[in-house]
Design a protein around this ligand. Sequence first.
Ligand code: HEC
Length: 191
Amino acid sequence: MIEDPRFWRSGAISASTVMIAVLVILSSDTLRTIRAGGRNVPEYTVINQRIGYAMDAAANRYRPVLGGEELLFGRRYSAQEAAKLIERGKLVIQTRACLDCHTMFGIGAYYAPDLTKSWLDPIWPSWQAMTQASSREEAMVRFLQNPDRYPIGVRIMPNLRIDRADAEALVAYLKWLSSIETNGFPARFGD
Ligand code: HEC
């Protein structure tokens, strides 16, 4: 019986079939979880809201806290506008290779700060004073357009000649990014 090739063949076929089914189920579950509007990732219109990051005692980790309206650049973005802006931000991040120096979700290069929660960095008021900006997003735009003029850390970010529209798209992307449930990464950010 054990010598029978049909026995081995049917075993291989049924095991592969089961594993393919498991892979399809896990992949579709992952896609549902990671897409904007999914379980862990807010809709792009979250950029119209206040975003925080606070200790959740029950879960014993930090979690994003979504609050009321807090407009970005004084504008309320529609779902379509927000999606377009964040798509542009993503393309700028990819074409300018920000992750050659930075990380997101801890992935990338460990030369410059992790950007996952950068929107919530308590350092922005210092940059706001330095750039004489009237808001956090304006300070971020001014910093991103002229990082070499406004250094804070030991390492200086080079001037990448980012234009105003691209800088605004980056800020929208970073604000949305900070709203993602990351299982507590980074731990105690901003404390
Ligand atoms: C050559 C390396 C390098 C590249 C490329 C780079 N950065 Fe930076 N970035 C830095 C360094 C270094 C700092 C810290 C600057 C300081 O503290 O003065 C920084 C700081 C920042 C900050 C402030 C982070 C915080 O919370 O303190 C943001 C936001 C940022 N960069 C975004 C970007 C984006 C977006 C891109 C791509 C368009 C990018 N950086 C590309 C090196 C880089």
